[in-house]
Design a protein around this ligand. Structure first.
Ligand code: SAM
Length: 229
């Protein structure tokens, strides 16, 4: 469904919302089901829903749909969650609010605090056993945590529109950010993305995609693959 002239918001077939980015010329999440994509590709793709205390690193916080999907899952299970995200072009808070209205995770105190504080730098919030840090910075210039993430959501805009976050050197940096046994997930199944992740030493698996996509990728850092950065 195309965005209407006055609003970038798009209602997707699963009832969740996404929005169109004028800067990148594409939508933040899948037009075929924004929340379904977040849950299937990123939460389940990294097996975060099975982890007792996940530590998630996200490349591209965007509208926070992946974060809310992860938050809702952790809250339901009572699991502790640490979430660190990078975002160099924060969307306006009213857009985040409107996209999230009535959706999973939107009633959590941490999401409400996020809306109050967005986008003050650095955004560091804590509520119960959930901690969120959003760095409003270009991830290409950031010092990433080393050997830390149990789940890594690679969710920049597409390789065609935003090629810098899909290169082999950046994939190698992402691999170093994963804890041993950590899992990176992305919606792209492009051959060059798969090869970049493999060249970084990750074990790459093609999985069925979210609605509208045939395949997506999961890339695992084997426990014995931990190398000095
Ligand atoms: C596809 S959207 C992410 C959607 C988001 N994960 C969600 O759940 O709503 C991609 C996001 O990555 C951000 N981004 C792209 N390249 C980046 C970079 N080099 N550093 C930081 N953020 C970046 C964009 O500004 C955009 O918000």
């Amino acid at each position: 469904m195309a965005p209407c002239d006055s609003s970038p918001i798009i209602v997707t077939p699963d009832g969740s919302r996404t929005a169109h980015s004028a800067r990148f010329g594409e939508t933040y999440g899948s037009r075929h089901g924004a929340f379904s994509q977040a849950r299937h590709v990123f939460v389940e793709g990294t097996r975060t829903q099975q982890h007792p205390a996940p530590r998630v690193l996200e490349i591209g916080f965007g509208l926070g749909v992946n974060f809310r999907a992860t938050l809702a899952d952790a809250a339901t299970r009572g699991a502790a969650l640490e979430y660190v995200a990078y975002e160099f072009d924060p969307a306006p808070a009213p857009l985040l609010r409107e996209v999230a209205a009535g959706e999973a995770g939107s009633d959590h105190p941490l999401w409400q605090a996020l809306l109050q504080n967005w986008p003050h730098t650095p955004l560091q919030l804590e509520s119960g056993n959930v901690r969120l840090t959003v760095h409003f910075a270009d991830v290409l210039e950031a010092t990433l945590p080393q050997g830390w993430a149990t789940g890594l959501y690679l969710d920049g805009f597409s390789p065609t529109r935003n090629p810098e976050v899909w290169t082999p050197p950046f994939a190698a940096r992402l691999a170093q950010a994963l804890a041993p046994g950590g899992v990176l997930a992305t919606y792209s199944a492009a051959g060059h993305v798969r090869r970049a992740l493999e060249a970084a030493g990750l074990q790459v698996e093609r999985r069925p995609g979210a609605p509208g996509k045939r395949e997506c990728l999961r890339a695992v850092r084997a426990p014995d693959q931990l190398r000095e950065p």
